[in-house]
Design a protein around this ligand. Sequence first.
Ligand SMILES: [Zn+2]
Length: 467
Amino acid sequence: MIRNFRRENRCDVGAFWGAAQTVTGSKFLVEQSGVCALVDCGLFQGAREWKNRNWNEFPVDPARIDCVVLTHAHIDHSGYLPRLRKLGFRGPVYCTPATAELLALLLPDSGRLQEEDAAYANKKQYTQHTPALPLYMEWEARETLQQLRPVDFYASLELAPGLAFSFKRAGHILGSAMIEWKTGGRIFVFSGDLGRPAQFITRKPDDIERADCLILESTYGDRLHQQIDVRRRLMEIVQQTASAGGMLLIPAFAIGRTQELLFLLRKLEEDKQIPQLPVYIDSPMAIHALPIYNRRSIDASAELQQLAHFDSTPFVCHHIKALKTVEESKQLNDITYPAIVISSSGMATGGRILHHLKRRITDHRNTILFIGFQAHGTKGRFLVDGAKEIRIHGKIYTVRAQIEYLDALSCHADYNEILTWLSSVKSSPEIFLVHGEQGAGASLAQKIQDRYGWNVTVPAYGQTAHL
Ligand SMILES: [Zn+2]
């Protein structure tokens, strides 16, 4: 499917330095009109072969990059920023206002997690390298926040004469945007992560009428979401776990999924469809994000649906408890009554969820519920694929807990939803498919060609396109 798209008669360059045939590490280097910009600056996550790329020498001198433009706050789109700064980047980082608010939580948390993981690896001596080092520290992540420059949705920002961009709504999480990049009379659109037309709290993605080039995500390029009643299935899972006397452990991205999930749980409680169990949010970041979500859910112009009719705290279950410290998190180990624990990371690649998995996964009364995309090589993927045992922190655990996968709670469009969204495009864009695993991109490319007849490319890591 990869074809040579080098066209020497064009001078603009785009290079795919992440999310090329994988779903993490989004980074696209764009050199146009004398400006060197990086679109998204994500961390590679998941299997070691990907994570090791975070340590690679950056393909250009970071000090040479004029600016970074971010589609949204998720770490696989933003988490390399502190590293880029550490390597010399000092330019502005443009993002939507809500993304800037969320990054103030996410980036320091990412630094703290890396420090914790490195310290734990050193303590337990399961590291390949001695000593294990964090990619960056929490304080370095905090310094990076000074470079954020919020730009409102739909406002045009000129980077150079004839080169401007604006943000449109992507409908993925709070603050998520597509980037409409205009230069020399042409329009490039970076979809970022594309949301779904019908979510519980996030509004649907904006249509785009014209694009000459579209850099499009393909996470679900070869898959459709489960066609099920999400509310009903979640209700059943909570009921079953509660009657078994077990714990419902939900690995969730702290930003986005956790809030959709809390909203659903609260609704189920209100409608008396589930018992009012203790709900532990074991993620300081998810807790701190709640006021941001609350505030923006009552603003009609924001990217969230209006939830104010519900009440002023649509994300707060009746017996919710926010765990802020590691000590509080450890105390969950002693709980023997039915409860719900929501903890990141969503693919069980790191963070506190690993400690809860070790404690709960060997007991058949417990349920582990995955609610978003699970990338190849992650513990989440192994478990939803039916692994009978799992290695955590160097030790093997037998899987006896019930493993459930509620993929329909995903915040990525599936291929039908992408194809429908593309129907609003009146031009015939050249398409580059990114942010999809091998197979997903190729599959979606074929579908787009069959339906629309457009040129589609699935670029490889580090490949350069003269657009
Ligand atoms: Zn995302």
